[in-house]
Design a protein. Structure first.
Length: 313
C-alpha cells in the first residue's frame, strides 16, 4: 500500500461542492502536545508507514495523522475498541463529499480529517469514518490527546427550488418556478410570494433527498383572484414510495393555505410531491409555496449495532 506524504493539518473550513455543507478539519491543542508526541509513532517514510499499517491495521486504528510533502509521516494509533471503521487517504475534495453522502445514509459519521498536498501540489484528504452510535469511542480518545474531532456542518435549510427535479408530470402547462397560468398574484399569509412551485393537478414531482435532511416543509396554496380556482384538490407527500402526508381539500382550509411539515427518516432517498385533483382537474392551479428541506442541528443517522469490515485505499 502506498501512502502519499502528508503536510501538517491546518484548521480551516472547506466548503463542499453541493448543499453548502462545510468540513471542519481535525485540529490539535498545544496543551496536550507532550502526551500526543509520546503516542505518535516515530516519523517514518512512506514505506515504513505502510509497513506499520500492515503490522497494526488489524488491531489498531489511526485516529490522527500528519504527512509532509516529500518527507516523513506521523500517525497516532490506538487499540481498536471493537468497532468497524473506514479510513481513506489520497481523497480529492469531490470524492470526499460523494463518499460522505453514502456514509450518512448507512449511519456512519466522519470523525477525523486532515489535508495535505500530493506530488502535483493538489489538495488531498485523509478521512476517518465510524458508526455514529459508537463514534464516541474514538472521539473521546482523540480528546485525551488534545485532538478535536473533525465534523461536517450542514446548512439549516435549503429551498427545493435550488435543487434539480428528478422527474415530474403535470396536468396542464408545465412545471414552473415563480410563475403560474395567467400570471396571477400569489399570496402567502397575506403577503406576495415568489418562492413557489406551480404544478397543475394532477401532478407528481420527484426529488432526491440530500443526505442528512431531517424534514420537509411547504404551504399548499392557490393563485389569487380567480373565482374558478376553488381549491378542489389535496396534497400528498411520499417518502421512498410510502405516503407520509395527506391534506384535506384546499378549499376546506379557512385561509386556503395548507401547512405541510413532514419528518424524513435517516437514509431516505426520494420524495414525491403529489396533487390529487379529486376527479376534476378543471382550474386546479395547485402551488407548493416555500418548499424547503431542513437539516437537524446535528444529523442523527440510523443506529447500527453491527460492525463493518475496514476498507483502506
Amino acid at each position: 500500500m502506498k501512502i502519499l506524504p502528508f503536510c501538517i493539518a491546518v484548521l480551516l473550513f472547506y466548503h463542499g461542492l453541493s448543499y453548502g455543507q462545510v468540513l471542519v478539519l481535525s485540529k490539535v491543542d498545544s496543551a496536550h502536545a507532550d502526551a500526543r508526541e509520546k503516542a505518535l509513532n516515530t516519523w517514518s517514510t512512506d514505506e515504513e508507514a505502510g509497513a506499520l499499517w500492515n503490522q497494526l491495521g488489524s488491531t489498531h486504528i489511526s485516529i490522527y495523522t500528519q504527512r509532509q510533502l516529500g518527507g516523513p509521516n506521523h500517525d497516532l494509533y490506538i487499540p481498536n475498541p471493537g468497532i468497524g471503521y473506514w479510513v481513506l487517504s489520497n481523497v480529492s475534495e469531490q470524492s470526499l463529499w460523494k463518499i460522505q453522502e453514502e456514509k450518512i445514509k448507512i449511519g456512519d459519521e466522519l470523525v477525523g480529517a486532515t489535508i495535505y498536498k500530493n506530488e502535483k501540489g493538489e489538495d488531498q484528504y485523509w478521512v476517518l469514518w465510524a458508526p455514529h452510535n459508537k463514534s464516541y469511542l474514538l472521539k473521546d480518545k482523540m480528546r485525551e490527546y488534545g485532538i478535536t474531532p473533525a465534523r461536517v456542518i450542514y446548512p439549516p435549510k435549503m429551498s427545493l427550488l435550488d435543487l434539480p427535479v428528478k422527474d415530474y408530470k403535470v396536468g396542464f402547462a408545465d412545471l414552473w418556478i415563480g410563475k403560474n397560468v395567467d400570471n396571477r398574484e400569489v399570496l402567502l399569509h397575506g403577503k406576495p410570494c415568489e418562492e413557489y412551485l406551480f404544478a397543475h393537478a394532477p401532478s407528481r414531482v420527484v426529488y432526491s433527498i440530500p443526505a442528512g435532511v431531517a424534514s420537509f416543509s411547504a404551504w399548499g396554496i392557490r393563485p389569487d383572484g380567480d373565482s374558478n380556482v376553488t381549491g378542489s384538490w389535496f396534497y400528498i407527500v411520499k417518502i421512498d414510495g410510502k405516503e407520509v402526508f395527506r391534506s384535506n381539500p384546499l378549499q376546506e382550509y379557512a385561509d386556503k393555505e395548507v401547512p405541510i411539515d413532514v419528518q424524513i427518516p435517516p437514509g431516505s432517498k426520494e420524495m414525491e410531491l403529489i396533487v390529487d385533483p379529486m376527479n376534476n382537474g378543471f382550474s386546479d392551479h395547485s402551488i407548493w409555496a416555500e418548499p424547503t428541506f431542513k437539516w437537524q442541528d446535528r444529523w442523527m443517522p440510523t443506529p447500527r449495532m453491527e460492525t463493518q469490515d475496514k476498507e483502506v485505499k
